[in-house]
Design a protein around this ligand. Structure first.
Ligand code: SAH
Length: 231
């Protein structure tokens, strides 16, 4: 069970998720071990608890097991050179994990990929950049390899796309057409959809542009909404 994955250190938290079978790939273990969750939460004492934590402005950093589950699901598309969009990027935690997953350990120069985080609360965008800097990713931010922007994530960021991977960290009432359009061929989106009842959908676009939707699991995310409706 996911809540059992709490650790006393970051490494222990990740190892517990591997033991529980939530993380099955060494690449995900390696990437998540590099990202210290303590740099992305307001209360460091609870950093390694396997639970969500409020980050202000009506937002929450997702539970570690949900971040792990998303990274595992998107892994086949997280390759060196890939373009990734994280919608509702909040704390910046997942942008950091995705960035590490785009690196090529055999050839560190072979990493032209890019992670774009889009978040509609400007204060959170600023905070996420500070968090990434604390987590030794300041140069990736300065070089534009991780780009955190303020805006309505439902519209995506067409000028940075098309994206091999789109992760959405807030629940959309229906699948946003603009995001489907910005998926590369092939590409995969991981998105919670629904209002009261929400489900994660895996949305795959193939080489010919055919789109398929696979429901994965029932969840409870904060809504993907208008800025003035978020408390
Ligand atoms: N995945 C992030 C945050 C999850 S909370 C993390 O784990 O830290 C969901 C985030 O989506 C919140 O930060 C919220 O402000 C943001 N959000 C909600 N609606 C949005 C919209 N229309 N455009 C951009 N961001 C949005």
């Amino acid at each position: 069970m996911a809540w059992r994955c709490t650790g006393s250190t970051n490494a222990e938290l990740i190892q517990n998720m591997a033991k529980a079978g939530i993380i099955t790939s060494d690449r995900v273990v390696e990437a998540m071990t590099k990202v210290n969750r303590a740099h992305y939460v307001p209360h460091a004492y609870a950093a390694y608890e396997d639970s969500p934590q409020p980050i202000g402005h009506g937002a929450t950093i997702s539970a570690p097991h949900m971040h792990a589950y998303a990274a595992q699901n998107l892994l086949p598309f997280l390759k060196p050179g890939a373009r990734v969009l994280d919608v509702g990027s909040g704390s910046g935690y997942l942008a950091a994990v995705f960035y590490h997953l785009l690196q090529d350990s055999a050839d560190p120069k072979n990493a032209e990929g890019k992670v774009v985080g889009i978040e509609h609360i400007p204060e959170l965008v600023e905070w996420s950049i500070e968090n990434l800097r604390k987590d030794k990713l300041g140069s990736a931010v300065d070089e534009g390899k991780i780009k955190m922007i303020a805006g309505d994530g439902r519209k995506g960021s067409p000028k940075d796309g098309p994206f091999d991977v789109i992760h959405v960290g807030a629940a959309a009432p229906t699948l946003p057409a603009a995001l489907v359009k910005q998926l590369a061929r092939p590409g995969r989106m991981f998105i919670p959809v629904g209002t009261y009842m929400q489900q994660i959908l895996q949305v795959d676009k193939d080489e010919s542009g055919n789109v398929t939707e696979i429901p994965l699991l029932d969840v409870m995310y904060v809504p993907l909404t208008d800025r003035d409706k978020q408390v």
